[in-house]
Design a protein. Structure first.
Length: 294
């Protein structure tokens, strides 16, 4: 299977991110967390938007470098129709997650909806980051990739010279995933990504698939658009990137990963994105107090 060849649980793409600018040749990238998604950890090509250091080559032996940022999640044509997500290009495996099982005030928690499954398609550790339905270029589409990775299809992508040269010496890494480098004390001081390895056991994480509560312990979102409710804090009658929202995928308005996170980054103060792709800063528990009355 593809996952034993190209980085099982590649979660954040194995991107060597340390937050600030780096000199050429340093471990890490030049991603500044400013401007566009190209300067964030979700740039799976691992190319900075300026400078000459080919940081992406460090991971070419465990994933296809499609030389495009958006294609790892989206495609303008032949999108994955098995999930209600915008022009989705990633494999979405059929998975039963272990749910949050502590006391809740809004009833049972259901399986994650589309606005969590898109995030979990990397962060649950089951699917490699390059497992997409429609590769760049003509004739590189395979519909079966929608629900199950196909190694032969993914191996049809042309490999770089660096990847071919390093394939034998780094084969062990590709079998153990990103945490084989991105764990404490491993591989040239690569940043620790273990916190991002959520897995399929969600019982100790903020519940997703949980109904939007009501009552005096909760603030009520005032904005409604389509299948979304949101806190319209700027009063412009549309959900903006920095506003918490809830999604109705058929069971009522629920909390999902995208309620609190925007994978493209949300501008904060000083031009830098809010850390961890949050919609609202965690400073002084602002993101918690958006919903919770405490």
């Amino acid at each position: 299977m593809h996952l034993t060849i190209r980085a099982v649980s590649v979660l954040l793409g194995g991107i060597l991110f340390v937050g600030g600018a780096q000199a050429d040749g340093d471990v890490g990238t030049k991603f500044s967390g400013q401007g566009t998604i190209g300067n964030t950890r979700h740039n799976m090509t691992q190319r900075s938007t300026s400078g000459s250091s080919p940081a992406g080559e460090l991971m070419d032996f465990v994933r296809n470098d499609y030389n495009e940022i958006c294609v790892y999640c989206h495609t303008p044509h032949a999108a994955n129709a098995t999930i209600n997500a915008p022009l989705w290009n990633r494999t979405i495996r059929a998975t039963t997650y272990t749910l949050y099982n502590q006391q809740t005030l809004s009833g049972e928690v259901s399986q994650p909806g589309p606005n969590s499954l898109t995030c979990l398609s990397c962060h649950d550790g089951q699917t490699a980051i390059d497992s997409i339905v429609n590769m760049p270029g003509s004739g590189r589409y395979w519909s079966n990739m929608a629900a199950s990775p196909d190694k032969a299809f993914l191996d049809s992508w042309p490999k770089s010279a660096r990847a071919i040269a390093d394939a034998s010496s780094h084969n062990a890494l590709s079998k153990t995933g990103c945490l084989s480098c991105h764990s404490p004390g491993l591989e040239n001081g690569a940043p620790d990504f273990t916190a991002a390895a959520i897995g399929t056991d969600l019982s100790n994480d903020h519940p997703v698939g949980v109904l939007l509560p009501s009552g005096s312990d909760w603030n009520a979102p005032g904005g409604i658009r389509g299948t979304m409710k949101y806190f319209d804090k700027d009063g412009n009658n549309r959900p903006t990137k920095d506003e918490i929202r809830f999604f109705d995928s058929g069971q009522g308005y629920e909390v999902e990963c995208a309620s609190c996170h925007d994978p493209h980054g949300v501008p904060g103060t000083g031009g830098a994105f809010i850390p961890t792709f949050l919609r609202v800063t965690a400073d002084s528990s602002q993101i918690c107090l958006t919903c919770h009355v405490k």
